[in-house]
Design a binder for this molecule. Structure first.
Ligand SMILES: Nc1ncnc2c1ncn2[C@@H]1O[C@H](COP(=O)(O)OP(=O)(O)O)[C@@H](O)[C@H]1O
Ligand SMILES: [Mg+2]
Length: 243
């Protein structure tokens, strides 16, 4: 069997957030290098590769840098230095309502978001009904998104992301969408997708059981630095032994 292709590559990735003392300093920074700020190191010189079809769990305490890694992969934020390569259509179950236009209806936003992900109108038309049905928004689907509650926006975001036939799926468990039944439906749908052998999964969860179900590999982070990278059970042992 041919060696699987690398779909995600981190090459010495450093991410520093700038923390400004106040809005005045933040504003100043647009014009001058003299603005005052502190720096927060979120990821420190991270290098790793992920192959097609792998399931990788990221573990670490709050603030370890897990969400920052996932956000950089989806392009929500950028590394301060180093390079990230991503090959394939990314479906991100985090920041679910990012990128919606509030003036457009839910249905129009389906087209907007899928267009941004590189799909053409025929491809979108083919999955439109599945998305609408999954989102369970009833007639609100044709109302402007600005009239939606945050839960409704998250449901629409989730419905889009799980129906686009993703090649790379990114899940930050911190998210909780809708009521118990809806969450169950989401979990089942995620299972369907993740058990497809070509789908690459990057997963952040506080449930080690769930990590074991979906991932064969675990990466343990501490203050932005990689402390362990290996088989999931060994990663869990390492993590549990430490905390
Ligand atoms: N938007 C931001 N601005 C400034 N600091 C941030 C921001 N997002 C995260 N951080 C900081 O970066 C570090 C890593 O955060 P994060 O990636 O959210 O960790 P985790 O998801 O593992 O809890 C933390 O110290 C956090 O306070
Ligand atoms: Mg996080």
């Amino acid at each position: 069997m041919a060696e699987a292709e690398t779909v995600i590559k981190f090459d010495h990735v450093v991410k520093r957030y700038k923390l400004f003392k106040n809005d005045r300093e933040r504003f100043k920074s647009l014009f001058t290098k003299k603005a005052k700020y502190k720096e927060k190191l979120a990821t420190n010189d991270l290098s790793f590769e992920i192959k097609r079809g792998e399931g990788v769990a990221f573990m670490g305490r709050n603030g370890a840098g897990k969400s920052t890694i996932l956000k950089m992969i989806t392009g929500v934020c950028y590394p301060t230095s180093g390079e990230i390569t991503v090959k394939g259509r990314v479906s991100a179950l985090l920041e679910l309502s990012a990128g919606f236009n509030p003036q457009f209806t839910g249905r129009e936003n389906i087209y907007l978001k899928c267009n941004i992900m590189g799909m053409n109108n025929d491809e979108i038309k083919a999955i439109e009904d599945d998305i609408v049905e999954f989102a369970e928004l009833g007639e609100y689907i044709d109302q402007p998104v600005r009239t939606y509650s945050s839960g409704m926006k998250a449901r629409l975001g989730f419905a889009i992301n799980v129906n686009i036939d993703p090649e790379i799926m990114i899940v930050d468990e911190a998210l909780s969408v809708g009521d118990k039944n809806f969450r169950k439906k989401c979990t089942n749908k995620m299972r369907d997708i993740m058990h497809h052998e070509d789908v690459t999964l990057l997963f952040v969860t506080h449930s080690l059981e769930t990590a074991k179900e979906f991932c064969t590999r675990g990466i343990v982070l501490e203050k932005g630095t990689m402390k362990f990278d290996g088989p999931i059970q060994e990663a869990i042992n390492f993590y549990e032994g430490k905390y």
